[in-house]
Design a protein around this ligand. Structure first.
Ligand code: PEP
Ligand code: MG
Length: 529
């Protein structure tokens, strides 16, 4: 028996099963390097085969739609072709370009761009495989309940994996914010990631216990360990069953209805959230539409996404937050300047109000979708009344334009404000008089109140949503909303933490917007209060 341990909690669940160690070795076809032209041709052929493969997968997957845009980016092909021109073979040039581009993205301390590095790695791996005899499915042979053990799980692997078959994941690389960690959490699959070289101690066929709660993997457990695992698994299963039983139900506290909506970053997530019992979408992060594109999405493109999200909501409310970029989220084609203090700089509503035409294209798209269901619009990072008033008057201008054009929209669309800055807390009463709802963004609010960067591990102890200062701010916000008779929701991570639910209910919060994986546990916790 061996115990492997890491410090990253990627997906808190338990699993036991047979190890399926993924091998991505491609047959190294003996290749005699040809002339520069021949190597160029080899590469361009592999590129177009890869493109065709991705295109056939892109129709129903956001991941592949993003890959399609990336593979069409000139930077990718030019970086390989220039290396071939320097004398490298197509295979060597592809490997070197991959290493260079991935390192470039990974060097940026940004969750979203780091996720892009995984996509780039993924695309280059496909091109390399096509250069050496074709893409194989590395998961061929996975059996029901197997634990997939890999150096890394690429975003496109998700299209090859039948998640209902998988027992769990163990990887050498990756972090809690890796794409597949998020998917594992949303599917309540056990995952232990970032084990590094320890993964080499696992062989295909070994029995593994994956303890995602403690980030531990036990290889070939002894009888006592198996028995204690089985006990814990039974408890986990019982709790899960009880939670699932309330997931689709309406919950209340002392006769007052409590809604548990979900946060979503794509139409596919909206569908999954509604299927998981969400009472609607409390935060639709519209920035993904901008981040997955190489240029600003048109009004029409945005409208199609919002309209699909409304349909996926099946009559339940959809709260669309306007573009929230800057800070830790970049959109390369907008050319945002490098800033000394990006979280205190040009971000979110500040960009929208400075780029009014772009903002109005988004508002028009949201308004058009509002004709098709219960759509609400929400502004991020508001710090004063003037910002809210300007945003609202632009919304009115867009309504006037649509009316003149004879285009349908909801005249009474609800307008909300994210309360995620200390300034917004201090003027919550004035803001409440001028909008229809609040949504508390604790992710940013905690970092601004505590002056502790949300992504800096050195100050993680200060980034405490339970600190007196934060709790006092939450009370002030909820009280201001209740006194003005407007709705108050919370869409920051704190809302998903079922350990915080009782405290939030006591603070008179009645609307939660949570991660898909937390819908059942938060509803269950409320039902037990
Ligand atoms: C928040 O700040 O709590 C929030 C929900 O917004 P984001 O995490 O997208 O900044
Ligand atoms: Mg925020």
């Amino acid at each position: 028996m061996k115990t492997l341990q890491t410090s990253v909690v990627a997906s808190a669940a338990l699993a036991m099963g047979r190890a399926f160690v993924v091998s991505r070795a491609v047959d190294s076809v003996a290749h005699i390097k040809g002339t520069e032209e021949e190597e160029q041709e080899l590469f361009t052929n592999a590129l177009s085969v890869s493109r065709a493969q991705i295109e056939s997968l892109a129709t129903d997957s956001d991941i592949f739609a993003a890959h399609l845009e990336m593979i069409d980016d000139d930077m990718l092909s030019e970086s390989v072709l220039s290396k071939i021109a320097e004398g490298e073979s197509a295979c060597e040039a592809t490997a070197a370009a991959a290493e260079q581009m991935v390192a470039m993205f990974e060097a940026i301390d940004d969750e979203y761009l780091a996720a892009r590095a995984a996509d780039i790695k993924d695309i280059f791996a496909r091109i390399s495989a096509n250069l050496s005899g074709g893409v194989q499915n590395p998961f061929e042979g996975v059996e029901q309940g197997d634990i997939v053990v890999a150096e890394e799980i690429y975003p496109s692997d998700m299209a090859l994996l039948d998640l209902s078959k998988i027992g769990g994941f163990v990887t050498a690389q990756g972090s809690a914010t890796s794409h597949f960690s998020i998917i594992a959490r949303n599917h309540s699959l056990a995952a232990v990631v970032g084990l590094g070289e320890q993964v080499g101690q696992i062989n295909s066929g070994d029995t593994l216990i994956v303890d995602g709660y403690q980030a531990v993997v036990v290889v070939e457990p002894d009888e006592t360990t198996v028995n204690s695992y089985l006990n814990r698994k039974l408890q986990e299963q019982n709790l899960h069953n009880e939670q699932q039983a309330v997931a689709a139900m309406a919950v209340s506290y002392r006769g007052q209805s409590v809604t548990v909506t979900a946060n979503a970053g794509s139409v596919e997530e909206v569908e999954r959230a509604i299927a998981a019992g969400a009472d609607g979408i409390g935060l639709f992060r519209s920035e993904f539409i901008y981040m997955q594109s190489n240029s600003e999405p048109t009004e029409e493109e945005q409208y199609r996404v919002y309209s699909a999200a409304v349909r996926a909501c099946q009559g339940k409310p959809l709260t669309i937050r306007t573009l929230d970029i800057g800070g830790d989220k970049e959109v390369p084609y907008l050319g945002l300047p490098k800033e000394e203090n990006p979280f205190l700089g040009w971000r979110a509503i500040r960009i929208s109000l400075d780029c009014k035409e772009m903002f109005c294209r988004q508002l028009r798209a949201i308004l058009r979708a509002s004709a098709e269901g219960d759509v609400r619009v929400m502004f991020p990072m508001i710090v004063d009344v003037a910002e809210l008033e300007t945003a609202k008057s632009l919304l009115e201008e867009c309504k006037e334009q649509l009316k003149a054009e004879g285009v349908a929209y909801d005249e009474n669309i609800k307008v909300g404000v994210m309360i995620e800055t200390p300034a917004a807390v201090l003027i919550a009463e004035q803001l409440a008089e001028r909008c229809d709802f609040f949504s508390i963004g604790t992710n940013d609010l905690v970092q601004y109140i505590m002056a502790a960067d949300r992504a800096n591990v050195k100050v993680a102890h200060l980034y405490n949503p339970y600190s007196d200062a934060v709790v006092r701010a939450l009370t002030m916000i909820i009280t201001a909303a209740n006194s003005a008779g407007i709705e108050c929701s919370m869409c920051g991570e704190l809302a998903s933490d079922s350990n915080a639910t009782e405290m939030l209910i006591s603070a008179r919060l009645r609307k939660f917007s949570v991660n898909i994986g937390a819908i059942a546990s938060v509803k269950y916790t409320i039902s037990k209060l």
